[in-house]
Design a protein around this ligand. Structure first.
Ligand SMILES: CCCCCCCCCC/C=C/CC(=O)SCCNC(=O)CCNC(=O)[C@H](O)C(C)(C)COP(=O)(O)OP(=O)(O)OC[C@H]1O[C@@H](n2cnc3c(N)ncnc32)[C@H](O)[C@@H]1OP(=O)(O)O
Length: 395
């Protein structure tokens, strides 16, 4: 079970920060139980900050503990309604917090401080023997993340669902980007596992309705979307998409926020928003006209024209197209060479190139997300999603 973003930016930040450290859970538990009580608010705040400095993923069990202790220390016993059965992530978090019962805030604060202290020692000792070799990062269910040759590769890993982005995957991608922004890598690469790059938003995201009803669902969806796209706007290192196959919806639109897009000649680029009663996101209402001109952007974003890789290259959305048979070899050879370039120079260059537009992109993202919040409640959208879910319609 992956434990990912709490609702809202602050909470997401907290959760992202709780990800880093390699550790031994039983040792940590021992450490916690042996420590004397009495952490001050200052110790607690310092521990919250120290979590940011942890270098490795502590695993979901520990992240849940950190979450529960944080909530108990700051808000007291769990008093929010239990999330629905299918809201797995929020339910796991709720369970962890609720399990603390009436534990006093002060004790929760102390336990949090002790837990972080244990995580830090574990992280420090393991970093002394840190291997340079390829390493798969634990703690992600919908992604496979590896680091090798100063490249962090984030692979979308729901091949049986064509790498559709469910809410867990959105959350895990945000965590992965936060981690990649601070790790040793010089560039970060997205790709898909299996025959698709991604089929876009998982349409079953529309099915799990919370107690607050569809309005609440749409509101939370808009917050998730805005936070997700913000992470791409703000990502500080060169970001590369290795588009191994067809790409749909949001997996296409956010390409406008990438620095390099390499595509297999098998890839296609499809944004069927009108067909789905929806509207553009990922800042594409701004980036696409800028990249390809208004006429071509309209064809894609309003009329849902599907582009081949060659067409996407001709319109400037794709940097280069490779034959599928040699795609992986050629792309990774290229990327390994690029990854040896000086890290700071690349980072600063990206900053210079992208910073002028950051504020504008954030504003556009907020506007697109808020328009979609309304759209998701429209008959046009509901009917299109129902059609897909009842297997009557495919793209
Ligand atoms: C109010 C709620 C808000 C929720 C939170 C939202 C957060 C942000 C939203 C951002 C918005 C983004 C907009 C978009 O991305 S629009 C694009 C949406 N994508 C689609 O419409 C694609 C739908 N899929 C298809 O048309 C076809 O599956 C395909 C991609 C053309 C592939 O067809 P093919 O015949 O090759 O394969 P299958 O259809 O048999 O697919 C294999 C299984 O995968 C499932 N699948 C594929 N794509 C999706 C998807 N996008 N959502 C859910 N499930 C998907 C498919 O059902 C099959 O499953 P099965 O084996 O169990 O039947």
């Amino acid at each position: 079970m992956a434990v990912v973003g709490l609702s809202g930016r602050l909470a997401r930040c907290y959760c992202l920060r709780a990800v880093r450290s390699s550790l031994c859970v039983p040792a940590l538990q021992l450490h916690v139980s042996k420590t004397a009580m009495g952490a001050s608010q200052k110790d607690f705040e310092s521990a919250v900050n120290q979590v940011k400095l942890l270098k490795k993923d502590p695993g979901n069990e520990v992240k849940l503990k950190l979450y529960a202790l944080y909530k108990q220390a700051t808000e007291g016993p769990c008093n929010t309604p239990k999330p629905g059965l299918f809201d797995l992530i929020n339910k796991a978090k709720w369970d962890a917090w609720n399990a603390l019962g009436n534990l006093p805030k002060e004790t929760a604060r102390q336990n949090y401080v002790d837990l972080v202290s244990g995580l830090r020692s574990s992280s420090d000792s393991s970093s002394q023997v840190k291997p340079e070799a390829d390493k798969k990062q634990a703690g992600y269910e919908t992604l496979v993340i590896t680091s090798e040759d100063h490249i962090t590769k984030i692979m979308l890993n729901r091949p049986a669902k064509k790498n559709a982005l469910n809410t867990q995957m959105y959350q895990e991608i945000m965590l992965a980007l936060e981690a990649a922004s601070k790790d040793d890598s010089t560039i970060t690469v997205f790709t898909g596992s299996g025959d698709y790059y991604s089929s876009g938003n998982d349409l079953t995201n529309f099915t799990d309705i919370p107690p607050g009803g569809v309005e609440e669902k749409a509101k939370n969806g808009a917050i998730l979307l805005r936070d997700f796209v913000d992470c791409f706007i703000d990502f500080p290192k060169p970001l590369v998409a290795v588009v191994n196959g067809p790409a749909v919806g949001i997996s296409v639109t956010i390409l406008g926020l990438f620095d390099l897009v390499y595509a297999s000649d098998r890839a296609t680029f499809h944004t069927p928003f009108s067909h789905l009663g929806q509207t553009p996101e990922g800042c594409s209402s701004y980036t696409f006209p800028k990249i390809m001109g208004l006429a071509k952007a309209v064809e894609m974003l309003i009329f849902g024209k599907k582009l081949t890789a060659g067409e996407a290259y001709a319109q400037g959305l794709v940097t280069e197209v490779f034959p599928d048979s040699t795609f992986e070899k050629e792309v990774w050879t290229r990327l390994k060479a690029y990854s040896k370039l000086p890290r700071n120079a690349m980072r600063i260059s990206k900053q210079i190139i992208r910073n002028h537009e950051k504020e504008k992109l954030h504003a556009i993202n907020a506007e697109e997300s808020s328009i979609l919040q309304e759209r998701w409640l429209s008959d046009e959208c509901v009917n299109a999603v129902m059609n897909f879910l009842s297997q009557k319609a495919k793209l």
